[in-house]
Design a protein around this ligand. Structure first.
Ligand code: ATP
Length: 255
């Protein structure tokens, strides 16, 4: 059974066709990247999978069930990490458990011991266990995004979605965040779908690629099929020199 199955998905916003008859399946445990220029429909696709947006036509299935609303086994990491600056990295990560914490306990901050352990384990997965007590607001953008990933992991999802998780980061931090994202998915056996507009990062970290243009799937394949021709079709007029520099450079690993 596929972890994600998208069947003839169409989403219109008034006159705008954000997704046009999109179909694909993602097997369990795959690390898939959604590629495409701004406005190609990447966010809308992820939001339909997460149940945040309802399709105009077609259907999305997660673990075989039709998606009708948000589900706890699907976690999403956003571009704006929505981290609470005044709280520690640990407390931010712990908010991932809110979906299974009753209101009284959450108001009184009486988290279960198992969730506290999960928060620490998740911070360890993203390399931030040593910074657990640090105020998130004092952390770098890359570290904050790693806290955002930890929070998503505490939700204990089977499927991890990330919408442009490195769009606001410098190249070094983007590399680090992608490395932890891929590592977390592998370590925990998650199915992942990440939208990116940086082709070099996508090629470096992706396993499967779904390319969108004007809401349509124009490419669906694996690394060896993601040729420069395909990239040119997706990004029309891309500067190859800059692209190759991006691919070979930026190897610095920072937070
Ligand atoms: N809530 C909305 N209301 C109206 N139009 C929308 C809405 N959300 C998306 N759109 C439109 O749908 C199309 C696809 O947008 P979407 O955000 O999914 O693309 P994207 O590839 O994620 O782009 P970006 O990287 O800029 O977010 C765009 O034309 C966008 O303007």
């Amino acid at each position: 059974m596929s972890a994600i199955r998208v069947e003839n998905l169409t989403k219109r916003f008034g006159e705008t066709v954000a997704l046009d008859d999109v179909s694909f399946e993602v097997p369990e445990g795959e690390f898939a990247i959604v590629l495409g220029v701004s406005g190609s429909g990447k966010s809308t696709l992820l939001r339909c999978i997460n149940g945040l947006t309802h399709p105009t036509d077609g259907q999305v299935f997660v673990q075989g069930d039709p998606v009708t609303s948000h589900r706890d086994d699907v976690a999403m990491v956003f571009q704006q990490h929505n981290i609470i600056g005044g709280m520690s990295a640990y407390s931010n990560a712990l908010t991932g458990a809110l979906g299974r914490t009753d209101l009284l306990r959450s108001v009184l901050r009486l988290n279960k011991r198992s969730d506290k352990v999960r928060a620490l384990e998740a911070l360890d997965t993203v390399g931030l266990l040593g910074e657990a007590e640090q105020r998130a607001g004092r952390m770098s953008g890359g570290q904050q995004q790693r806290v955002g990933i930890a929070r998503a992991l505490v939700q204990e999802p089977d499927i991890l979605l990330a919408d442009e998780p490195v769009a606001s980061l410098d190249p070094g931090s983007s590399q680090t965040v992608m490395r932890y994202l891929r590592g977390a998915a592998e370590e925990r056996g998650l199915t992942a779908m990440i939208s990116l507009h940086q082709v070099n990062l996508a090629r470096q970290f992706g396993e499967r690629f779904i390319g969108l243009a004007d809401g349509e799937v124009v490419f669906d394949g694996y690394s060896d099929e993601l040729t420069f021709d395909v990239i040119d079709r997706l990004y029309g007029g891309i500067d190859m020199e800059e692209f190759l520099a991006g691919e070979n450079g930026h190897s610095e690993v920072t937070g």
